[in-house]
Design a protein around this ligand. Structure first.
Ligand SMILES: [Zn+2]
Length: 314
């Protein structure tokens, strides 16, 4: 991410920013967010008639709208230019970018930057429910503990160890990553998530942790191979979990260097952020621009709004 990128007018000119967003959200022309009408003969621009810029009239439901209506962009007091700058910085920083840096670079308060970044992360959350893998595909599975390993034996009701920040990640080789903040490394916690998110015919690979032993007991997957990390074995032919470990190395460097004070309750949002960048990386043909397009569409598509309990507006 170069400082040059921020010279783009969409980061300085509110109209240019709105037009950029319209071009990405409305690929076939304006669509009424109230009734879904996309018939261009039934939508009229009110631009230049003493109305606010970018305002349209829907002739189906008679409502007026702009591209940001009902979204976090509209409710925020921050200009769209700042939102787009933050969005581009977030999608193009491999290890993430801190709210402090956004605050300094964009000249907004730290508090605003913090909320902005969390809203953007929320929009990065994938709503793709289709399973990873499939015939001829490989999914690597691993779990990690973030931060200090303050583990303690769990109660007899739940077998295993209890940590606070356990992450489970599935990575399809050559494809997407999907991560969860989980309560425990137990069969009962991990296996249902894996089964719901990995297609039947997939070759799955894990290390030899006990909770994976019964993963393919019923022969549901094409195969289940393991590498023995305790014996210092990391690769045996095509059998390895190096892809998912590569994911964790980026994630951990980011969390350590950029997000030192990640609260437990926000961990799932950071995971959404790292999953998003990984799943839309250069290696799968996605550049910064395409990632920005996708995130902008996610913000508007999910009609994200603030759910602040203190009633404050940013
Ligand atoms: Zn309408």
């Amino acid at each position: 991410m170069s400082a040059d990128l921020l010279k783009n007018p969409i980061f300085h000119d509110e109209s240019k920013a709105r037009e950029w967003l319209e071009a990405r959200i409305w690929r076939n022309g304006p669509t009424c967010p109230h009734c879904g009408n996309a018939d261009q003969n039934r939508i009229r621009s009110l631009e230049g008639k003493a109305h606010r810029p970018g305002l349209y009239q829907c002739n189906e439901c008679r409502e007026q709208f702009t591209v940001t209506v009902g979204t976090v962009f509209e409710r925020s007091k921050l200009p769209l230019t700042k939102w787009l700058a933050a969005l581009f910085l977030l999608v193009s920083s491999k290890k993430g970018i801190s709210a402090h840096q956004i605050h300094r670079m964009l000249g907004i308060t730290y508090k605003s930057a913090w909320f902005m970044m969390h809203r953007l992360r929320e929009a990065m959350r994938s709503d793709d429910l289709s399973p990873l893998g499939g015939e001829g595909k490989t999914v690597e599975i691993d779990e990690t503990v973030l931060g200090r390993q303050e583990g303690m034996p769990s109660t007899k009701h739940v077998k295993g160890w209890v940590y606070r920040n356990i992450v489970l990640t599935l990575v399809e080789r050559g494809g997407s990553a999907r991560s969860w903040h989980v309560d425990a490394t137990t069969v009962g916690t991990l296996i249902p998530i894996i089964r719901a998110n990995v297609a039947h015919e997939t070759a799955v690979m894990t290390d030899q942790a006990s909770w994976y032993k019964r993963l393919n007991q019923d022969g549901r997957f094409a195969s289940h191979d393991t590498v023995d990390h305790s014996a210092n074995e990391y690769v045996r032919g095509h059998i390895t979990t190096n892809t998912v470990e590569g994911y964790y190395s980026i994630f951990k460097r980011g969390m350590k260097g950029v997000y030192q004070h990640c609260g437990e309750k926000h961990l799932h949002r950071y995971l959404a952020e790292f999953d998003f960048r990984y799943s839309n990386r250069i290696a799968v043909g996605c550049n910064d621009e395409m990632r920005a397009d996708k995130l902008a569409a996610g913000i508007v598509g999910k009609r994200l709004t603030y759910r602040r309990t203190d009633g404050a507006q940013l």
